[in-house]
Write a protein that binds this ligand. Structure first.
Ligand code: NDP
Ligand code: 8X3
Length: 258
C-alpha cells in the first residue's frame, strides 16, 4: 500500500506536538494519510504546525497535567476527529540532573504530574471510545531511563519505569480486544529535551550531544509509524532504540583510597 494511503482511516491524538517527537509524529502520520489531533501548551507553536498540516489537523491547546482540560478536549472534538484510533502519549519532560538529595521537589512533582498523571488522564479520556469501537493503539513514550539507572535520573527514570509497566498492564487488561499497546523506549535524541532539563541553559544542553550523532525526532516518528502499520494481529510490546554512539557502562563502585 502506498505510504500516503496507509493510514487514511486513522485519527491520531498526539500529546506534546509542539516540538520534538510529538511534532515529528504529527507530520509523519499526516503524511501517511491520517487525521491528527495536535496538542500542547504553546499556542504559537501549535498554530504554526496546524498551518503546516492544514485540514488534516485539529489543534487543541492543552496542559496534560490538568485532568479537566484533557477530558474537555476529547469531549469537544469536532465530529470528524472523534474516532481516535491511535493515542500517542508523548508529552513529557525531565527536569534537572542533580542527585536525589539536592534535587528540587517541585521538579519531581512536575515530572510525576506530566509523565505519569498526564498519561493516565489522556488514556482514561481516550480508551473507553477505543473499547466501544473495538479498535485502537496506545503508544506510550517511555525511555531507556525507565530500564537503566544513571546518576541524576532519579524521578525522571522512575516515571518512565511506570510507563513500561503500565503499558504491559494495559495489554493484560485489553486481551480479547483489538487494541494494541506499545512502549517506545528511546535513548539520546536531540530535541528541546535537554534545553528543558537544564532550564534553558543551551550550552549545557549542547554538551549532551557534543561529538556524537544522537537519534533524531524523525527516527522516533518512523518507529511509531512502523509499530502502527504492522498487521492488526501484531502487537509490538516495546521498542528500545539508541544511537550507535551510545551504549552501556559497567557498575560504579565506591572504593576506599589506599
Ligand atoms: P521536547 O521537549 O522537544 O518536547 C516535549 C513536548 O511535550 C513538547 O511538545 C511540550 O509542549 C510537551 N509538554 C511538556 N509538558 C507538557 C504539559 N504539561 N502538557 C502538554 N504538553 C506538554 O522533548 P522530546 O520530543 O524529546 O520528548 C518527548 C517525549 O519523549 C517525552 O516524554 C520525553 O520524556 C521522551 N523521551 C525523550 C528522549 C530524548 O532524548 N529527547 C529520549 C527518551 C524519551 P509544550 O511545551 O508546548 O506544552
Ligand atoms: C531521555 C533519555 O538517557 O537522557 O529519556 O534519560 S536519557
Amino acid at each position: 500500500m502506498a505510504k500516503e494511503r496507509a493510514l487514511q482511516n486513522h485519527t491520531i491524538f498526539v500529546t506534546g506536538a509542539t516540538s520534538g517527537f510529538g511534532k515529528a509524529c504529527a507530520i509523519a502520520f499526516a503524511d501517511a494519510g491520517a487525521k491528527v489531533i495536535i496538542s500542547g501548551r504553546r499556542k504559537e507553536k501549535l498554530d504554526e504546525l496546524k498551518k503546516t498540516l492544514g485540514v488534516s489537523a485539529h489543534a487543541t491547546l492543552l496542559d496534560v497535567r490538568d485532568e479537566k482540560q484533557v477530558f474537555a478536549a476529547i469531549k469537544n472534538l469536532p465530529e470528524n476527529f472523534r474516532n481516535i484510533t491511535v493515542l500517542i502519549n508523548n508529552a513529557g519532560l525531565a527536569l534537572g540532573l542533580e542527585p536525589s538529595d539536592g534535587a528540587d521537589l517541585k521538579d519531581w512533582e512536575t515530572m510525576v504530574d506530566t509523565n505519569i498523571k498526564g498519561v493516565l488522564y489522556a488514556t482514561k479520556a481516550v480508551l473507553p471510545g477505543m473499547v466501544v469501537r473495538n479498535a485502537g493503539h496506545i503508544i506510550n513514550m517511555g525511555s531507556i531511563a525507565g530500564t537503566y539507572p544513571y546518576p541524576g535520573g532519579n524521578v525522571y527514570g522512575a516515571t518512565k519505569a511506570f510507563l513500561k509497566q503500565f503499558s504491559l498492564n494495559l495489554r493484560a487488561d485489553l486481551l480479547g480486544k483489538k487494541i494494541r499497546v506499545t512502549n517506545i523506549e528511546p535513548g539520546m535524541v536531540e530535541t528541546e529535551f535537554s534545553k528543558i532539563r537544564f532550564k534553558g541553559d543551551e550550552k549545557q544542553a549542547e554538551k549532551i550531544y557534543a561529538g556524537m550523532t544522537p537519534l533524531t525526532a524523525e527516527d522516533i516518528a518512523e518507529t511509531a509509524l512502523w509499530c502502527v502499520t504492522r498487521p492488526w494481529h501484531v502487537n509490538i510490546n516495546s521498542v528500545e532504540i539508541m544511537p550507535v554512539e551510545q551504549a552501556f557502562s559497567g557498575f560504579a563502585v565506591s572504593r576506599k583510597s589506599s
